[in-house]
Design a protein around this ligand. Sequence first.
Ligand code: ADP
Ligand code: MG
Length: 603
Amino acid sequence: MIKLLDKNIANKIAAGEVIDRPVSIVKELVENSLDAGATAVTIEIREGGRNYIRVTDNGCGIPADEAELAFMRHATSKISDERDLDAITTLGFRGEALASICAVARVELITKTADTKAGRLVVNEGSRILENSRIGCPDGTTITVKDLFYNVPARKKFLNSAASEARRIIDFASRIALSYPDVRFSVINGSKPVFTTSGNGNITANILSIYGADLGKSLIPVEKAEKGFTLKGCISDPGTSMPSRNRQVFCVNGRIISSSVMERALDKAYRERLFNGRFPVAFLFLAMPPEKLDVNIHPTKKEIRFDDNAEVEDFVQMAVMEALRGEEAIPSAANTHEIKIPEVNESTYSYVSGVKDETVRRIAVRGGEKEEQVNITSILTTLRDDLNRASDTSPRQEDQPAGSPLSINRPFEFDDLRVIGSVFNTYIACQSEDSFYLIDQHAAHERVFYEKLVRQYHSDEKVQQQLMLPLTFNVPADVSSTESSWISAVRAMGYDIEFFGNNTYIVREIPAFMELSEAEDFLNDMFNEFTERPDLSNTGILEKIIMKACKSAIKAGDAISREEILALFDQLQQCDNPFSCPHGRPVFVRITKYEMERMFKRA
Ligand code: ADP
Ligand code: MG
């Protein structure tokens, strides 16, 4: 028998779609506050919001005679006719949130508009109005939601621990607070203040107050404007990374979103700079022409669709890469070895609020990790793209918005370096006006060698040097029998190589930038790899081999003369990514004068 559902049951079912966890309530309430033009929003939760959520704002309030209406399904003040749908500027417009919340919880609304003396109190329980009366209160709206799912035990069971629900709420609050820098947000968990933002538009200050000053130390500013796109924000220097993406926040035209396009752009920009499985920290605020994106493809509006993914991806990647080339991007000796990240539990947030916590865990970033191969195919492609881009150096736009978020990220100048000497025959010590640098000479050389090889590999013109005495290589039969899979690659690198008979190859020319011994070692290493992996039709495998061979072709621990140091710098300067070796280890570490003064307790 088909029956119409009872209104109460229907409401509960519908509510399930909007309200599944405490964080969805917080989200709806905060969005309403923002839609009401609030400049201050306070979020209070107890027990992860399962029993108590209160959001207070100083927005426009609800007129007394409409207060009850706000709880009706499809009651909204934000659109009134179909045409409005095309030009939605508010976060909500479906008129469903409050109706859904009160179907599954006890809700109290206190509200007042500026033009009235008295406010309104409306109490609602399971979609029934229990009270509607006058009350004295300040302008704005306070909504309290108690006993979530008290009438839907089946759903209540699915709630997680208070700590984990609290974490979700605080994560949401952090992101929304960042994307509305002009609104002052306060978050209180139980009796603990979690964070308060300034409300004065200073994004960097907000990042520091939300995520802690320790994270802030490793951040470098990003700022780029071009063709109607502006990217601002900050990213971690390559010496700092995270095991997941949860310190990546993207905001597009004022909305916090998740975006695989922006993630990809970041990953590409950091490629070779981080070990596999590590992620940069990033707070990126993109402003772009609104007609180039579609916001409403997803009901919760977390995903947006760009008309042209490649355009956005390229712009973000370029902006991040430029920032990574600046002086600030050189890992500081003070925090290359370990960064602190908070333990993921409730006490996290005492750390987040700036109070150092016992549970802060130290994680070695550089140490103890096994060396990982980077995906070479993609590196080669990126590098080639970079080279192409670098060649059409369009002048930087002058209309950049003023006021960089962090200290100014000056372009790093090799010319400013003064060589002091060599340490342990391994590190070059240098200084600039206000920094001291150690440069790993082996990693530097490897970087130079690698980029030159890759450039040569992709270039049509090979720069070669002829050998007075040709080199001969005797190889195992399985190497010569698979010749067709590798010989053209070896030639592309600049070797003039030919089969000579009897498993022997003869090399008459080598890449111009290689020493004879390097060229020989490199090729021998390649051959060894070929033996192990005879199937080289896969270019990915071949390119991995190039990287491996690159590494062993260069010897560490040689004494290096001043002239050689200068020559190395000269070559390093021409590299796209001079600050880390192809395996992601740093080439440079930096200690600023200030950091040094701190070490000696002078500052
Ligand atoms: P929607 O946001 O989609 O319009 P809601 O159910 O979230 O629907 O809210 C219903 C209506 O209640 C809103 O359209 C708005 O008029 C009013 N309202 C809700 N919260 C607030 C608030 N914090 N300040 C002012 N008005 C509010
Ligand atoms: Mg709403």
